[in-house]
Ligand binder design. Structure first.
Ligand SMILES: [Zn+2]
Length: 272
């Protein structure tokens, strides 16, 4: 059993790394208005088409010593960081949560597994895209909202939740969106942007109350810590924009992986 679980975790890491590689390529392709589905991957510097050997996540980067095989230019560390990070997130998710869903594939477990993996992949993509280009895709926000509503309706029709639970998620989304709008008006758009507001709305829809409070609190703490560090080390000035979506994404992924422990912890302090 233990050996089986170890193999499963290794497989999970490699699967995550491959998806991380796909996220890297998608961000680049979407930004450059290239087709995501067709068209072969190419070196972003010399535009040489990449062979299968160049596309193995992590290993290609190590074997090629972080350089393109054709033009010998350095490949950004972003590629391997996202691959390893996605692999690690997948392993953590499966270790703390997904393994039960895989070992006991009830309809509820399967639906939750598919939904949470979709959310994790989407938020890694959102974080990377916002980090690179300071932009959050409206189309993706709509897709995530629709998928979340379908997921909630599925839970309802299968008898796992009530209709008032779905409405609670919708109210949460609207209230969180409104609070962010207010923040944008008060700060005159110098801190948060419209993209962050839409993202907060979507996160309210996914998480509902009170989970969203924990996730937003964690995002602001993370954002403040990183922001202060960057200003102290003079990497950024007070006026420069620091994308906020990566902090929101980190927090929601952290919550999805550790939610049983977080709920336990909040219960312990009578916060729920
Ligand atoms: Zn190249």
């Amino acid at each position: 059993m233990l050996v089986f679980i170890i193999y499963l975790l290794i497989f999970t890491f490699l699967l995550g790394a491959a998806i991380g590689s796909f996220i890297n390529a998608s961000c680049y392709r979407v930004h450059e208005h290239l087709n995501i589905k067709t068209g072969r991957s190419m070196c972003p510097l010399c535009k040489h088409k990449l062979s299968f050997f160049d596309l193995i996540p992590i290993f290609s980067f190590i074997f090629l010593k972080g350089k393109c095989r054709y033009c010998k230019e350095k490949i950004s560390y972003q590629y391997i960081i996202i691959e390893v990070l996605t692999g690690v997130i997948f392993v953590l998710y499966f270790y703390f949560f997904g393994i039960i869903q895989v070992l006991y594939p009830t309809p509820l477990n399967i639906i939750q597994l598919v939904f949470y993996i979709f959310i994790i992949i989407s938020f890694i993509y959102i974080a990377l895209y916002d980090f690179l280009y300071l932009e959050i895709s409206n189309k993706l926000m709509v897709v995530i909202s629709v998928v979340t509503v379908i997921y909630l309706l599925l839970l309802y029709f299968m008898g796992f939740t009530s209709i008032s639970y779905i409405f609670m998620h919708i109210y949460t989304a609207v209230i969180v969106g409104a609070v962010f709008l207010l923040l944008i008006i008060i700060t005159r758009g110098s801190g948060m942007g419209g993209g962050d507001m839409k993202l907060a709305f979507v996160m309210g829809l996914i998480l509902g109350f009170p989970s969203i409070l924990f996730v937003l609190f964690l995002s602001f703490v993370l954002g403040a810590l990183v922001g202060i560090t960057l200003i102290i080390t003079k990497a950024k000035s007070l006026k420069s924009t620091i994308p906020f979506a990566p902090f929101l994404a980190c927090s929601i992924i952290f919550y999805i992986i550790f939610n049983q422990y977080i709920l336990h912890f909040l219960n312990y302090f009578y916060l729920l």
